[in-house]
Design a protein around this ligand. Structure first.
Ligand SMILES: Nc1nc2c(c(=O)[nH]1)N[C@H]1C(S)=C(S)[C@@H](COP(=O)(O)O)O[C@H]1N2
Ligand SMILES: [Mo]
Length: 323
């Protein structure tokens, strides 16, 4: 039996809808869609409460785990940004099912002693998946708490022996129009690109995720391999990575290229610096067990609450300048 179709939520309940529609407006090729996204994945009945996670003092200090309520699996996997599969939040979970994630290989090159194309299994060989419970703060003003599985990016990168010229690391998403229907819109200049400074890439909080909720990563969340950089706006957490390059120069990134005045290279979460078109002081936390998409509005914290762990990397930098 098919579950009954859920009613569309009134616009008044989704203030953030305006925000992401507004962001989407910069993508010139799109006709403005008057439709609200359908509310995905919400059950009729109240689901059982999320299990309370016990975290050690050491993990809390490192920022590896938070004891905030987890966002429900159903929401983490049906409320997505993955423009290669469409720009509505429900598009990726519908359209990405056909993304072939095996076999998968990653090309690593640039300023390193051991470049090459490597199968995913070899890339991660010997690295036991670690669980990290991170906040994810999208630049649009919503946030989640996600239990990821993955390997610290730094441990993976070290295997390629970056040289002293490797000041930055650039990442590229797969770009296959046959598998990615959203690519027919010339929204982003595909492939999606992201980058980190080398110290950010090597930071213990930076994760190469392969799973969530103890399961392999669903396609819509960036299978089989995606970045998670919890102190930066979500768009830095690039999905379905096929290439990694060490470089001496700061690499171009997809959102910066599209709108340099709105999306910088660093993009550290910063409530003191508004997006040119909306405030970043607060966020809607999608969490808990209530059958509603947006939970309460909470204050956004500098570096998304990871200041203690990452702020020293930016000492002396004018953070107001680096939106
Ligand atoms: N390749 C690619 N990676 C991407 C995106 C995208 O559109 N394409 N969207 C980004 C944005 S804006 C966010 S907020 C996160 C969302 O991750 P999630 O869907 O797993 O929550 O993925 C980021 N990574
Ligand atoms: Mo985002």
């Amino acid at each position: 039996m098919r579950p009954p179709r859920l009613p569309r939520i009134p616009a008044s309940e989704i203030t953030d809808e305006a925000v992401y529609r507004d962001r989407r407006r910069v993508l010139a090729a799109f006709a403005a869609s008057p439709l609200l996204a359908t509310l995905p994945g919400c059950a009729e009945a109240e689901p059982p409460p999320a299990p309370k996670v016990a975290i050690s003092a050491a993990d809390a200090r490192a920022g590896f785990r938070t004891d905030e309520p987890l966002t429900r699996y159903e929401d983490v996997t049906t409320y997505n940004n993955f423009y290669e599969f469409g720009t509505d939040k429900g598009d990726p979970s519908r359209a990405a099912k056909t993304l072939r994630t095996s076999p998968w290989s990653v090309t690593v090159d640039g300023e390193c002693a051991r470049p090459g194309r490597i199968a995913l299994d070899d890339l991660l060989r010997g690295l036991a998946p670690q669980e990290r419970i991170y906040r994810l703060r999208c630049v649009e003003g919503w946030s989640m708490v996600v239990p990821w599985l993955g390997a610290p990016l730094g441990e993976v990168l070290r295997r390629f022996e970056p040289t002293s010229k490797a000041k930055f690391v650039a990442f590229t998403t797969l770009a296959d129009p046959r598998q990615m229907p959203g690519m027919r819109y010339r929204s982003i200049d595909w492939p999606y690109k992201e980058g980190l400074r080398i110290d950010e890439a090597m930071h213990p909080l930076t994760l190469l995720a392969t799973g969530l909720y103890g399961k392999p990563l669903p396609q819509q969340n960036g299978a089989p391999l995606r970045l998670v950089v919890p102190w930066k706006y979500g768009f830095k957490s690039i999905k379905s990575i096929v290439a990694i390059r060490f470089s001496e120069r700061m690499p171009e990134t997809a959102w910066h290229e599209l709108q340099p005045s709105e999306y910088g290279f660093f993009s550290n979460v910063n409530p003191a610096v508004d997006h040119p078109r909306w405030s970043q002081k607060t966020e809607r936390r999608i969490a808990g067990t209530k059958s509603k998409l947006f939970a309460e509005r909470i204050p956004t914290r500098p570096f998304n609450g990871y200041a203690e762990q990452v702020a020293p990397m930016y000492a002396g930098m004018d953070l107001r300048k680096w939106y």
